[in-house]
Design a binder for this molecule. Structure first.
Ligand SMILES: [Cu+2]
Length: 180
């Protein structure tokens, strides 16, 4: 009886060691493999520009950074934006320098009025209920794709702090509050 107990203990110890060893021996995880997204969505829009949102969770013990994003063709150009207060005290959106950081072991939520993935030069209307395929690229060049359904959303009207490289952008295209 004593011998059986010892064997079981040995077996348990071996399993534990194996599990421990496999995680440290594994290839370094890519940033994409440690990040998940919850409740992704895109603001419905007729034309011009709109934005993608969602909550990104980082399971790694180090920060990860989203450095760029693309869509399945609905947006001619995609930028990572943040909201900031300009010298007149107005909330404006602008490109987020250095990308969007998801802190180690935490979440970072993209939402109207905060950081967002800006979809510009829309090639077609984004209707409520349609799915938009979004791919984000991390600083280690790994990528993660997810499907973001479009929702009508009024509010958080955002002005774009026009960059020097695209001063001819039409402003006010975010102002489509009359859906549904
Ligand atoms: Cu924006």
């Amino acid at each position: 009886m004593k011998r059986l107990t010892t064997l079981l203990l040995l077996a348990a110890t071996t399993v534990g060691l194996t599990a421990c060893g496999s995680s440290s021996d594994a290839d370094p995880a890519t940033e994409a493999s440690t990040v998940s997204v919850q409740d992704p969505w895109v603001k419905a829009a007729d034309s011009g520009m709109t934005a993608a949102f969602g909550t990104f969770r980082n399971a790694a013990d180090h920060d990860v950074t989203i450095v760029s994003a693309t869509t399945d063709g609905v947006a001619g150009r995609v930028e990572l934006h943040e909201m900031a207060t300009d010298e007149d005290g107005q909330m404006v959106m602008r490109q987020k320098k250095g990308g969007i950081v998801v802190p180690a072991g935490k979440t970072h939520t993209l939402e109207p009025g905060g950081d967002h993935i800006m979809l510009m030069d829309l090639t077609r209307p984004v209707e409520p209920g349609q799915d938009v395929r979004v791919t984000v690229r991390f600083s280690d060049d790994s990528t993660m794709s997810f499907t973001a359904p479009a929702r009508s959303f009024a509010g958080a009207e955002e002005d774009y702090e026009g960059g020097t490289d695209h001063g001819d952008m039409e402003h006010g295209d975010m102002d489509h509050g009359d859906h549904g």
